[in-house]
Ligand binder design. Structure first.
Ligand code: MOS
Length: 769
């Protein structure tokens, strides 16, 4: 319909650009959730259960309401709409009612509103809850016994499966079968900015929600539901967001709902900003997953794989059924395997409900499958690089769900790149040499290889669309509005670059607004590494349509041939001597009453998928990565240091190469945290490592001095300029590569993450593997 402005070569896309939001974020003028204030605002604090399991008998607010500054205490009785939250399964109340169950430590019972935050928090602690204790269910194993049930029916609430070929028979008849059991623990998203919103009764006779979030449309429908109002009375504007990583996918819907109950009852702006402790105690994490693997080999070929994975979904299902789809599809790894059986189960426990976190249920099983592959290579005496080269997905392969993939399969290329950049064979030799000489310290080299299904896939097709709105003002300045959010990942810069490329306007004159549900229709969530493709394509479309109009005006002015008109960096010319600035051309269009605003819309072709057997087109396309790390383990303390990292990612096309590198650096460090340091501790269902003095995340000191990043560009036809996703794949190979490197260093197979010093010492002392 419209032609791209870039043709063969691009002017902006793929070039080095300054982040469009860099200046404000560096000089402190960017306004995050806590930086905005409204006249007459009131401060909220949550009253949480502080018991893992029980029946709420009564709520006593007498003492709390006498505290100076308290203006109201609100319970389920004050909810005008539905007392219900949660996306996939309706199993979660907004506020727990008397007579009903408390299902985890952080269950919310009431909200206190006061003149200031300290009074609100003090009063919240003074609300007395009478809870009749029930036996808490604190582990996957205990939950599966089903002696104590958390909701009605079995604790094993959801499951999904893949049945491809006949894995059972092949494994039964195979001589070479390998088995392994793995455990991956929680990981806290640890965004720097805690959850926070302000809900304001507005002049449109509804409510406007301002806050830190990934998914404004989720927040909008949750608040509408809890207040019993139509969606058009709820407007959501995202404030600058200081990190999210999945942790602000569904949670802000809950935070906003609590604040909305207060705003509704007091008719005043209600502000709820979580303390770090409340945030860690009550909000989602990465799911703990226990997994069991069996793999049948024939020579160097993986013939069959059988997987059972158990996900601890905590007290409520929240996003688990959706996360589980990704766990299912990624559990067998980036390999072409004929026979695949996967069973994934979601299990209720009396703990915090895990949800979305960069990788969305895949890093846990990728750690497991990549440990299996490494273990098999060791046992068969095959180079782990070669074993992966032999089995990797390539054009013409079929994935675990039997999806035939023919284009944009850069998996083999990513392996080739890290093999070269790490000097794989020399690196392994160097580690062996080091270990021969040294006793106190041991070194290991670890490899991992992963794939990532981009966007929501067959499990979430109804959400897979995005809108955009682009407006050119009379002075040539451009306003771009998208439904996707900037949370630090660089979305605004990518979107501004795409608009600059297609309009031929200078990037300085393009403003990408904060998302506002009043201007762009429901564009799905900002998750699943989908923003560049979805919002990017929507913006690109709108800009192409606008450029078409400007071409007509230009040709009218100069009598040029439309095919000869070029837009580049604020200049428009026809290649002869006729040139006009973009701004003057726009001004001409204005006085001619040309419509200079357009909406863009993008959705992907429908996927064909059989949910019953887990077979078909799971995702629109896949990103790929390979990674090598070298570690050094202190044999006396058990602590591990990452010395070097080499990582290669097939991103289709790097629209903003610096942004891609930034994502990979950040994902690497966050993955390292998961692999080595981040150890969430619970006692009787209460999280005791609830701040950064006890929950340890990596800092600049842990970043390896050598981190070599390679970008592979195997274009995806549907992506803007060929782009796929990078947000999540940046983290996904890290736990596996680090675990494999530690395994080599100590000569014992690592079977759980995080690989803490205590765990390493335990392995070293074990007699046999
Ligand atoms: Mo993301 S973990 O898909 O919010």
């Amino acid at each position: 319909m419209f032609r791209s402005n870039s043709g063969e070569s691009t002017n902006v896309v793929g070039k080095t650009m300054k982040r469009v939001d860099a200046f404000e974020k560096v000089n402190g003028s960017a306004r995050f959730a806590a930086d905005i204030a409204f006249d007459g605002q009131i401060y909220c604090a949550l009253v949480i259960a502080e018991k893992p399991h029980g029946i709420l008998r009564s709520i006593d607010t007498v003492l709390a309401s006498e505290i100076e500054g308290v203006e109201g205490i609100f319970t389920w009785r004050d909810i005008p709409g539905e007392n219900q939250l949660g996306e996939a399964i309706k199993d979660m109340p907004c506020l727990v009612k008397e007579g009903e169950k408390i299902r985890f430590w952080g269950d919310v019972v009431a909200i206190v509103a006061a003149r200031d935050r300290i009074s609100a928090e003090n009063a919240a602690k003074s609300v007395r809850l009478d809870i009749e204790d029930l036996e808490p269910v604190l582990s996957i194993e205990q939950a599966m016994e089903d002696k104590v049930q958390i909701h009605e029916g079995s604790n094993v609430r959801v499951s999904k499966r893949i049945r491809k070929g006949d894995a059972e028979t092949v494994i039964k008849n195979s001589k070479e079968v390998f088995e392994g059991e793995f455990y991956a623990h929680y990981q806290e998203q640890a965004y720097m900015e805690p959850q926070g919103v302000t809900v304001v009764p507005d002049f449109d006779y509804g409510y406007t929600v301002y806050g830190t979030m990934q998914c404004p449309y989720y927040v909008q429908s949750a608040v509408a539901h809890v207040l019993g109002l139509p969606i058009n009375r709820i407007r959501v504007i995202q404030t600058e967001t200081g990190g999210a990583f999945g942790g602000k996918e569904d949670i802000p819907s809950y935070v906003a709902s609590y604040a909305a109950v207060v705003a509704f009852n007091l008719k005043r702006p209600a502000r709820l900003i979580y303390s770090r402790e409340i945030d860690i105690q009550t909000t989602s994490k990465r799911h703990p997953i226990k997994s069991f693997y069996r793999i049948a080999m024939e020579g160097k070929k993986i013939k069959a794989i059988e997987i059972k994975a158990y996900m601890d979904m905590g007290a409520y299902a929240t996003l688990t059924p959706i996360v589980m789809f990704r766990t299912l599809v990624h559990a067998a790894g980036a390999y072409d395997i004929e026979n695949v059986n996967v069973d994934v189960y979601g299990i209720y426990t009396n703990k915090v409900p895990p949800g979305a976190f960069r990788g969305f249920g895949s890093p846990q099983v990728l750690f497991a499958v990549e440990s299996m592959i490494d273990d098999i290579a060791c046992k068969l005496g095959i180079d782990p690089m070669e074993l992966r080269e032999e089995n990797t997905l390539r054009p013409g392969s079929r994935t675990s769900t039997n999806h035939l993939i023919v284009e944009s399969v850069g998996a083999p290329e990513t392996l080739a790149r890290v093999k070269e950049s790490s000097h794989w064979k020399d690196l392994v030799r160097e580690c062996n040499e080091f270990n021969r000489i040294n006793k106190d310290k041991k070194r290991g080299a670890g490899l991992s290889h992963i794939f990532y299904g981009v966007s929501l896939g067959a499990g979430g097709q109804a959400l897979d669309k995005s809108g955009a709105h682009v407006l050119i003002n009379r002075d040539g300045s451009v306003e771009v509005r998208i439904g996707g959010t900037e949370m630090g990942q660089g979305a605004k810069t990518v979107i501004a670059m795409i608009a600059a490329e297609e309009l031929g306007q200078r990037i300085e004159k393009i403003l990408v607004h904060q998302p506002d549900t009043a201007f762009v229709p429901d564009s799905g969530p900002t998750v699943a590494s989908r923003t560049t493709i979805y919002s990017g394509n929507a913006v690109r479309q709108a800009c192409m349509a606008l450029r078409g109009k400007l071409v007509s005006v230009f040709c009218d002015l100069f009598n040029s041939n439309p095919d000869s008109v070029k837009f580049c960096q604020g200049e428009v010319s026809d290649g002869e001597d006729r040139t006009i600035s973009f701004d003057r051309l726009v001004d001409t269009a204005y006085v001619r009453n040309v419509k200079l605003f357009e909406a863009g819309w993008y959705d992907t072709p429908k996927l064909s998928f059989d949910m019953e057997n887990g077979l078909g087109e799971a995702y629109v396309t896949y990103s790929y990565a390979s990674q090598v790390v070298q570690v050094e383990v202190d044999m006396a303390t058990g602590s591990t240091k990452v010395l070097k990292g080499f990582t290669a990612h097939d991103v289709g096309k790097a629209v903003n190469p610096d942004g891609v590198i930034g994502q990979i650096q950040g994902g690497f460090v966050q993955g390292m945290g998961y692999a080595l340091y981040e150890d969430l501790k619970l006692r009787n269902g209460k999280i005791v490592s609830d701040n950064f003095n006890t929950y340890i995340i990596p800092t600049i000191h842990e970043v390896p001095p050598e981190l070599v990043i390679d970008i592979v560009e195997d274009p995806f036809r549907e992506g803007p300029y060929g782009a796929k996703g990078i947000g999540e794949p940046s983290l996904m190979p890290v736990p596996a590569s680090v675990a494999n490197a530690v395994s080599m260093a100590i000569g014992k197979r690592v079977r759980q993450i995080p690989v803490t010093p205590e765990y390493v010492l335990g392995l070293i002392e074990e007699k046999t593997d």
